[in-house]
Design a protein around this ligand. Structure first.
Ligand code: DGL
Length: 279
């Protein structure tokens, strides 16, 4: 790579604890194929869903710094757990010190900005990891945009392991999927819109639907975040100009690339060839 090419390579960074962010990256690339993208999955330390605030913050910041070092000016935390537990501190405390011109965005805000438009009854649900649910981030953010909405949450700690172990199509998975969907609906049977508040969950959307009344709408974040990022780049031409446009997508994992590539294809819908990133 020539020096010129190297310095002009400014990909949009997309980060997740492991594979889930690939469901978001897929939609972002499909909406805006012109940019360069750099995906980083922290598979060596996933899952994040059950970890403390401090740990998720520390791991996320470390990965964001790696993405900055690899040329990213803009990073999307395509992980609800990291968005819930690390984003605000990174934006408010770390970015001003690292480089005030760089940006880190999350996945919770774009979803909470629109959820109210999907509910007629004023009752919505959030399905997420234990970390996302206990952070209360969805409650706080939805309140800002739709103060009259009633929000019910359910933590689904078994779902990410079932998905990551490729067990989600088996019978055993149905037990846990049904259990959490039922728990959520028992809190308020009038819930008519549900956020899939974990980037892994689009893989089991059909199974989730099986246990819900037909008129309940399920919101996956991929397309919502892609649209949110597009709007962001339109509103921030100074950032848009910096993002390089050679239509490349590169993948990094903190664990074994061979293992990553096998499962990643399921999430990304296309063959993935990753490289190892040493932390
Ligand atoms: N994909 C992550 C999210 O959106 C959760 C996965 C994990 O627990 O690491 O919350």
């Amino acid at each position: 790579m020539s020096m010129d090419k190297k310095t002009s390579y400014k990909p949009i960074g997309v980060f997740d604890s492991g594979f889930g962010g690939l469901t978001v990256l897929k939609e972002i690339v499909s909406e805006m194929p012109q940019y360069d993208y750099l995906y980083l999955g922290d598979n060596a330390r996933a899952p994040y869903g059950s970890r403390s605030f401090e740990t998720v913050y520390e791991y996320t910041l470390e990965c964001v710094n790696h993405l900055f070092a690899m040329g990213c000016e803009l990073v999307v935390l395509a992980c609800n757990t990291a968005s819930a537990k690390a984003l605000r501190t990174i934006q408010q405390k770390d970015l001003p010190k690292i480089d005030p011109a760089k940006r880190v965005l999350g996945v919770i805000r774009p979803t909470t900005e629109i959820i109210g438009n999907y509910s007629k009854t004023g009752n919505v649900g959030v399905l997420g990891t234990a970390g996302t649910v206990s952070s209360g981030s969805y409650l706080v953010e939805i309140e800002k945009f739709f103060p009259n909405l009633k929000v019910y949450q359910e933590a689904c700690p078994m779902w990410v392991p079932l998905i990551e172990n490729n067990e989600y199509n088996n019978e055993g998975a149905d037990y846990f999927i049904k259990k959490h969907v039922t728990n959520l609906m028992q809190q308020e049977p009038k819930i008519d819109a549900i956020i899939l508040g974990c980037t892994h969950y689009p893989l089991i959307i059909d199974k989730i639907k099986k246990y819900l009344p037909a008129d309940v709408q399920l919101l996956s974040q991929g397309t919502i975040v892609a649209q949110g990022l597009k709007d962001y780049l339109q509103r921030h031409p100074e950032m848009e100009k910096k993002c390089s446009k050679s239509q490349s997508v590169s993948f990094y994992t903190t664990d074994l690339p061979e293992t990553f590539d096998k499962a990643a294809t399921l999430f990304y819908g296309k063959e993935v060839r990753s490289k190892h990133l040493a932390l």
